[in-house]
Design a protein around this ligand. Structure first.
Ligand SMILES: Cc1cc2nc3c(=O)[nH]c(=O)nc-3n(C[C@H](O)[C@H](O)[C@H](O)COP(=O)(O)O)c2cc1C
Length: 138
């Protein structure tokens, strides 16, 4: 499974690594890939999309790399199972609600409720690992 993420200060990256660890603990392969390193054709072959981005801008996805990636795949992901995650700093996680609704609009199926964690995932490592274990079963 491939986990595609953007991270500025490492929090969402740490979540991606822990989710990868959880998937691997079930015996499946997992790879966390920074969004600018992604091979879009390979991602589109995946049955389950695992996508992570922190809250940036004002409750928005990161604009320079992650947002263009989502725009690029948006017309080609109808029917895909989806698991979303990301870190945020304050507020109620509005960016993730918007992200989820937007992906549903593209025809994705929310197979696992999004995982959001405030700041670094240090106190929530097990939540990330368990999220990965559940995704591995999708
Ligand atoms: C430019 C910028 C804008 C941000 N905007 C929000 C925001 O609107 N809402 C929020 O909850 N956190 C916001 N944050 C906080 C980040 O989401 C938070 O620091 C997060 O842990 C960063 O994840 P990362 O380490 O993966 O980059 C913002 C941070 C930056 C640098």
């Amino acid at each position: 499974m491939k986990i595609v993420y953007w991270s500025g200060t490492g929090n969402t990256e740490k979540m991606a690594e822990l989710i990868s660890e959880g998937i691997k603990s079930t015996g499946k392969n997992a790879e966390a890939i920074f969004v600018s390193d992604v091979n879009i054709d390979l991602i589109l072959q995946e049955e389950v999309l695992v996508l992570g981005c922190p809250s940036m801008g004002c409750e928005e996805l990161e604009g320079a790399q992650f947002e263009p990636f989502i725009q690029e795949i948006s017309t080609k992901i109808s029917g895909k199972k989806l698991a979303l995650f990301g870190s945020y700093g304050w507020g109620s996680g509005e960016w993730m609600d918007d992200f989820k609704q937007r992906m549903i609009g593209y025809g994705c199926v929310i197979s696992e409720e999004p995982l959001i964690i405030q700041n670094e995932p240090d106190d929530n490592e097990d939540d990330c690992i368990d999220f990965g274990k559940r995704i591995a079963l999708l």
